[in-house]
Design a protein around this ligand. Structure first.
Ligand code: IVH
Length: 715
């Protein structure tokens, strides 16, 4: 299903009251956290870099006006998200930081001006290196006595994933540094990337094999690197450009460009377009030249990076929270192209929402061929925005129109404009369907918003009877985060559904006994082995953790986090089921009890009530529970020292990540809060703790160091 954030016109930050700003700050922080998780851990971003930068920019503007909002948890204080846990973690000897962004030429001038003022230079000129900003994954390679010992991803900047075995398969990464007299410890940093050509070829192979299709070269590089089996990484053509360093026991050179040449002498590839500039004008000229070359380059870049060349000046300039003062990324505007809209098709998602998808005359945008574009909803096509404002100056989108599409290293491109002068006489205005395109032709209604007004999203009223919705639900059911059934991907689900072999989740578990008449091994593409593997994979999933089971039901608004909260809150399927049935019957006590669970509020409760209020859904659940064995959730230990206590973490934690600390505390029955009050039992403070520590002292709350905390919980 295609889901995208709606563009809204927001009030100026300067016009916000403190209370409004706080609410928005919280919402933005949560939203950014979710995008970070999808980008860094799941390799599946669902917004463009430009949209992401806009969210961050707004958060920063709010924090600039209300500096008291800044906490250690703010996304502005963190880099990326915590590592995904599949690989061993490696703590970076020197943190891996991020870069501040410049979009306009003015930003670049300001950047250089700030440096001049900071260094208080009167006549010495500041040379800066200019390099393309490679859109890949940053990597830290540690060499001891010239030998490669570890390779780690950036992770949250403090700790990354150990991908050494995989990195060793890259041709561009020397196992041993060339040359004599290399410092005892050298951490070489740079970017792992996949060429556009290799990315397109890989996707072809993946498609043929029915495997994951990657959205862009960056994601395919990340996916290739995160393989558990290095033999798979070895088959993926990954490159590496060296451009930076971490811990060094000695510095072989005194400048950034000197280091780049030293990396080359050590056996690394560096970006051939890198240039030393002597003025702002030269930087800007470099930006323009690289932007012109961008589409022709065989790797994705999303801007250029300027760095003060003298390393002693870099050291004097230092860092501001997560970014260096001596470097900046000058981003490119999103890439655009013009093409013809051939048709508009409707996609029906799992929950019945109808999304119009534009079918384009294929067009290359930044090395990627684009054929589909999301048109969001009926209003968007008519030229009306989320708040009733005019889009594209009110121009509607018609079939046959020439449209301007935009892609920004993005999953699904957007239509940003319609070229009216090119509108053919026979261009067809689009009429949004009144009936679902499924075989039932059920009515389509526009959803109500929370305030009871008509919303923009259209929904099929067929609910469980709509075949599209059934297929989408089955896809979710078998997917990696739900039942995770190997060999039962989207294509297979569609095929089994069309054949009538799998109509609902329980059918998956009776497939093997029905195979005597189905004879799957005789179907093209299947053989004895693949059929056996599929049935084995299904058998293995008969035992399923409670939270996965709840998530796999596909109830609206019940994502993984909510499913986990329900599982932890009730402990067993019987208890969850009992509560859901009571909620569906409107039992006040049951509703209050569910509402008290963390992460669960009105929307979720209403959705659960609607789902279990429907007898068809109850039937699906009943038949499914007859086939599987649902494991109880790990219950929070109630006899731990912190059971029932409220804990706040603040400052930098050194022996665990913030997520880990939170998860452990919750597992032991504590509630983790973001702010300190009289009700707080413990504040665990690491270095850099500020206002929360002061609050704790004010309220007389017990303050613990990280070690004291670990001792208290017995770890
Ligand atoms: S320098 C302390 N140089 O951009 C800053 N980064 O937004 C060290 N990147 O995490 C980074 N090309 O993944 C640097 N030529 C380049 C780069 C580059 C791409 C990435 C890198 C970094 C991110 C920062």
């Amino acid at each position: 299903m295609i889901a995208r954030a709606k563009s809204k016109t927001l009030p100026d930050v300067a016009d916000l009251t403190k209370a409004q700003a706080k609410v928005e700050w919280k919402r933005l922080a949560l939203e950014i956290e979710g995008h970070d998780r999808r980008y860094y851990q799941e390799d599946a971003p669902n917004i463009s870099d430009a949209e992401y930068d806009a969210l961050r920019g707004r958060l920063k503007a709010i924090e600039k006006r209300f500096p008291e909002f800044v906490t250690a948890e703010s996304p502005t204080q963190k880099v990326g998200a915590a590592p995904s846990g599949r690989f061993k973690k490696i703590r970076h000897a020197v943190p891996m930081l991020s870069l501040d962004n410049a979009f306009a030429e003015e930003d670049v001038r300001d950047f250089v001006g700030r440096i001049e003022r900071f260094l208080k230079l009167t006549d010495a000129k500041i040379d800066l290196s200019a390099e393309p900003k490679i859109d890949g994954l940053s990597m830290s390679l540690r060499y001891e006595d010239g030998e490669l010992v570890t390779a780690a991803t950036r992770g949250d900047g403090a700790e990354g994933e150990d991908v050494t075995a995989n990195i060793r398969t890259l041709e561009d990464v020397p196992q041993k540094l060339h040359g004599r007299n290399v410092p005892e410890i050298c951490e070489v940093r740079g970017e792992v990337y996949m060429t556009k050509k290799a990315f397109l070829a890989l996707n072809e192979r993946q498609k043929a094999a029915g495997d994951t299709i990657f959205a862009n070269p960056r994601n395919s590089a990340a996916g290739s690197l995160r393989q558990k089996d290095p033999a798979i990484t070895a088959t993926r053509p990954l490159g590496f450009f060296a451009y930076s360093w971490g811990e060094m026991s000695g510095m072989p050179e005194e400048t950034q460009t000197g280091m780049i040449h030293w990396f080359e002498r050590c056996g690394f590839k560096t970006n051939p377009l890198t240039k030393l500039c002597h003025s702002v004008e030269q930087l800007l000229a470099f930006h323009r030249k690289i932007e012109e070359q961008r589409a022709a380059l065989d790797y994705d870049i999303d801007g250029v990076v300027y760095k003060v060349d003298r390393i002693d000046w870099q050291e004097r300039l230092g860092f501001v929270s997560r970014t260096p003062r001596w470097a900046i990324a000058h981003k490119f505007p999103a890439e655009r192209a013009m093409t013809v809209l051939r048709d508009i098709e409707i996609q029906v998602g799992r929950t019945g929402s109808l999304t119009p998808v534009g079918k384009l005359e294929p067009v290359g945008v930044g090395g990627v061929i684009v054929q589909n574009v999301t048109l969001h909803n009926e209003d968007y096509i008519r030229g009306i925005g989320g708040k009733g404002e005019k889009l594209r100056e009110g121009r509607d989108i018609r079939i046959g129109d020439t449209v301007v599409i935009q892609r920004a290293g993005d999953v699904i491109p957007q239509v940003v404009d319609v070229v009216i002068e090119k509108r053919p006489k026979d261009a067809k205005p689009y009429h949004f369907p009144k009936k679902c395109p499924c075989s039932l032709h059920t009515d389509v209604v526009r959803e109500e918003t929370a305030t009871g007004e008509e919303g923009a999203r259209a929904r099929c009223t067929g609910e469980f009877a709509c075949p599209f919705q059934k297929i989408e639900h089955l896809k979710l059911f078998a997917s990696r985060r739900a039942f995770d059934i190997d060999g039962l991907g989207e294509k297979q689900i569609e095929f089994f559904f069309e054949q009538g072999w799998v109509k609902e989740p329980a059918d998956i578990f009776t497939l093997s006994e029905r195979n005597a008449s189905i004879k799957l091994e005789e179907i093209e593409g299947y053989g004895e082995t693949s059929v056996r593997n599929l049935f084995n994979a299904i058998e293995q999933r008969r035992r399923i953790p409670l939270e996965r089971f709840i998530y796999a039901l596909g109830m609206r608004h019940v994502g993984e986090t909510t499913a986990l909260a329900l599982a932890r809150g009730y402990g067993s399927w019987d208890a969850v089921h009992d509560a859901c049935m009571k909620v569906a019957k409107g039992d006040e006590d049951a509703i209050v009890e569910m509402d008290a669970l963390d992460q669960i509020g009105d929307t979720v409760i209403r959705s659960i009530a609607a789902y279990f209020g429907e007898s068809h859904n109850r039937g699906i659940v009943e038949r499914l529970t007859g086939q599987v064995d649902i494991l109880d959730a790990e219950k929070p230990k109630s006899n731990s020292a912190i059971a029932g206590k409220t804990v706040v973490f603040t400052g930098t934690l050194e022996r665990m990540t913030r997520d880990e600390a939170k998860a452990t505390a919750e597992r032991l029955g504590a509630k983790v809060s973001g702010s300190v009050s009289k009700k707080t039992d413990y504040v665990v403070a690491g270095p850099g703790a500020g206002s929360k520590l002061a609050e704790a002292k004010k309220h007389g709350v017990t303050v613990l160091t990280e070690d004291e905390w670990l001792k208290l919980i017995g770890e």
